[in-house]
Design a binder for this molecule. Sequence first.
Ligand code: PFF
Ligand code: NA
Length: 438
Amino acid sequence: MTHNTTANWTKRWTFILAATGSAVGLGNIWKFPYITGEYGGGAFVIVYLACILAVGIPVMIAEIMAGRAARANPVDAMLDLSAQAGAPKIWSIVGLGGVIGGLMILMFYSVVAGWALDYSWQSLTAAYHESSADTIEANFGALTGSFSRQWFWQTLFVVFTGGVIAAGVTGGIGRAVEILMPLLMLFLLGLLIYSWSVGEVGPSLSFMFTPDFSKLSTEAVLVALGHAFFTLSLGMGAIMAYGAYMPGEHSIGKTVMLIGALDTGIALVAGLAIFPLVFANGLEPSSGPGLMFVSLPIAFGQMPGGVIFGSVFFILVSIAALSSSISLIEPGVAWLEGHGIPRKLGTLLAAGIGWLGGIACIYSGDFFNALDHVTANYILPLGGLLIAIFVGFVLSRDRVKQEVAFESERYFALWHFALRYVAPLGILVVFLHSVGVI
Ligand code: PFF
Ligand code: NA
């Protein structure tokens, strides 16, 4: 088969690093803290963690398994696997939906990544050094009000994304994350220590971990589920595309637990670092997308060595965004490549669409919000639902069992049950609840 991938990440860590690079991104450091703030804290965090465990982890195992079993891009993987199982070709719509969903996410993701680049520059030039909290808050408004600044950095980010993708799978993606992910983690921990030494730790802990379920809105539950998909890069074939490069002898179960733990850990550490600063500086936890871009510069502006620390931090966040954004267009590019369209041309096409959509997002906050809302809350969970049903019911139990190759029969049974019943019913219940049916 011509579309089957020949690239294979044989180095033991490459798959784990690339998949972690995809998962860890703006979703953890930018989005998780601000939606936690917006949806009331503790109860939201608990629902989110439950969604990661009961829905995200089982679906991630299924996605990697499907990609590795077919050794193809998500569209052709779904085609091949359904043909082998005697199921209709229409299942490939899951892959196609992912290709489109990835481009839709890239549109607003690249704008936020552009903000991170702008703040890298602001940090390097000490633009907010020793500024008041009010000034720093106004800075963020100035950025989101400036078309040319956002356009410049968003363009640069899309060019970086395209560059890594065009450079190819092994060299491009694998190498970039190897050093930078651990470094990001180190800096987040440094930030956490600083934040806890100057900020309001008590109120932050009770805000993040004391659940008040009476405050949990219907929408909050939908957002928590959607974010579980978004943060783990699930439901759109990104992880399936990477799974196609995973060496056969590696344990999917262990890998997924590791990625899930790292992604969740980084989100929680980001929240634990940001909220003490939010409370100490009289900011509102519910102040929205600007939360990290206001609270962190306040800290960097005051701490000793803040110019350097802030610069490195925002550069690392930008790189984390980059290692995620490449996985947004990899499914589409790999699909086109499998059908005779050269990688560089496919990259140009995908990046071009993302770039144009990003410009629309800069013009229209409504468009930005709509893309964020529709992809995270509907497209990804729907994709995940279909993947769970496909791997859980359409593929034969024996085939699946052999492909995932769990170390123990008990783990397999547990996972298969979660995939067939817990994940699909969970997603359905949240969907039906959000439209008011139940
Ligand atoms: N997981 C990424 C984050 O948390 O920032 C975002 C993302 C990347 C979502 C790739 C979906 C995806 F396919
Ligand atoms: Na994430």
